[in-house]
Design a protein around this ligand. Structure first.
Ligand code: AHR
Length: 318
């Protein structure tokens, strides 16, 4: 076959696959809108679905697992072609995932993991959540060196895989550094408001914040709330209290550009792109994707052009 003919055949095959997927109905059982990162994931999923010609049935579970379960049951009853699930917590999914499997509807997990058997879903798209915590912890260990450092930790939603794994990863990284100690740790539920509220109680309990060397927040939104609390307590976030968190949302880059945050680990909000690619291959000829499609976890610090990173992200739906 000539090169031109080969590329024509390839182009036809690609457009035939796209045409096959066009008009497919996808149900999206989203957690809610607890953070800027979550808002961006929703925006990008809607955009991706529109660009590919799918009908997206969107459900906002308002942070409640029972709402997500009800949404999945309704998608199954409608006979959608696939379901995206961002599971608010890790446990309690077996029955509903079995129902989707019996109905032969592929389920793709987005950004969080479940404790169920992996034959109950097609694939999971997300980062290595333990690694994210390790990257944050290594950055802090290197930054403080031998100095005594009392750390406060804002955990994500209790029972969610990022809260569990980011805690484990961070603890792994600081293990063996006797000068680093987590002195307080509490959930802020991944929200800015609770991040601020819990940080206020940490500051009060720790000599007005003077006994705190660093804050580790499981997401940027809680860090942004905590930064506000630190400023209201009369201290300088980023200097008096180091701030390291996860997500890489525009507001955190703005805080970094102002010297009020120190480091963040990126979690891409574009989970839908790889998820839809996997689904299209599956719809086309039953191709089974890898069980885990891993996204990158990049560390950003104040020396990585935070203003430029803010400008690049500010219109992306965060
Ligand atoms: O599951 C991903 C986490 O959920 C993000 O880090 C956080 O911002 C979100 O709410």
């Amino acid at each position: 076959m000539t090169k031109t003919l080969m590329s024509t055949v390839a182009a036809l095959a690609i457009s035939a696959t796209a045409a096959m997927a066009e008009g497919e109905t996808v149900g999206f059982a989203q957690i809610g809108s607890e953070s800027g990162w979550r808002a961006a994931e929703t925006t990008l999923t809607r955009q991706q679905a529109e660009d590919r010609g799918y009908q997206l049935q969107f459900s906002d579970a308002q942070q409640k697992q029972e709402n997500q379960i009800a949404a999945i049951r309704s998608f199954v009853a409608q006979g959608v072609d696939a379901i995206l699930l961002a599971p608010v917590v890790a446990t309690g999914w077996d029955s509903v995932l079995e129902e989707a499997k019996e109905a032969e509807i592929p389920v793709v997990l987005l950004d969080r993991q479940v404790d169920s058997s992996d034959d109950l879903y097609l694939t999971a798209v997300g980062s290595n959540l333990v690694h994210e915590g390790e990257v944050a912890g290594q950055w802090l260990a290197e930054t403080v060196g031998d100095k005594e450092c009392r750390i406060v930790e804002l955990q994500g939603t209790t029972g969610s895989s990022p809260a569990i794994d980011r805690k484990t990863g961070f603890e792994n990284a600081i293990k063996g550094h006797d000068n680093l100690e987590i002195v307080r740790s509490q959930t802020g539920d991944f929200t800015r408001a609770q991040g601020k509220e819990v940080m206020e109680s940490f500051l009060q309990a720790e000599n007005g914040g003077k006994d705190i060397c660093a804050l580790y927040a499981h997401n940027d939104d809680m860090a942004v709330g905590a930064i506000q609390a630190i400023k209201e307590a009369g201290l300088k976030p980023g200097t008096d209290i180091l701030v390291v968190s996860i997500d890489a949302v525009p507001d955190l880059f703005q805080a970094m550009a102002a010297g009020e945050a120190n480091a963040t680990v990126e979690l891409t909000p574009n989970m839908a792109g790889p998820a839809f690619d996997a689904l299209e291959a599956y719809w086309k000829d039953g191709t089974m994707p890898e069980k885990f499609i891993q996204t990158e976890s990049k560390l950003y610090t104040q020396s990585d052009d935070p203003q430029g990173e803010y400008d690049r992200r500010k219109d992306l739906g965060y």
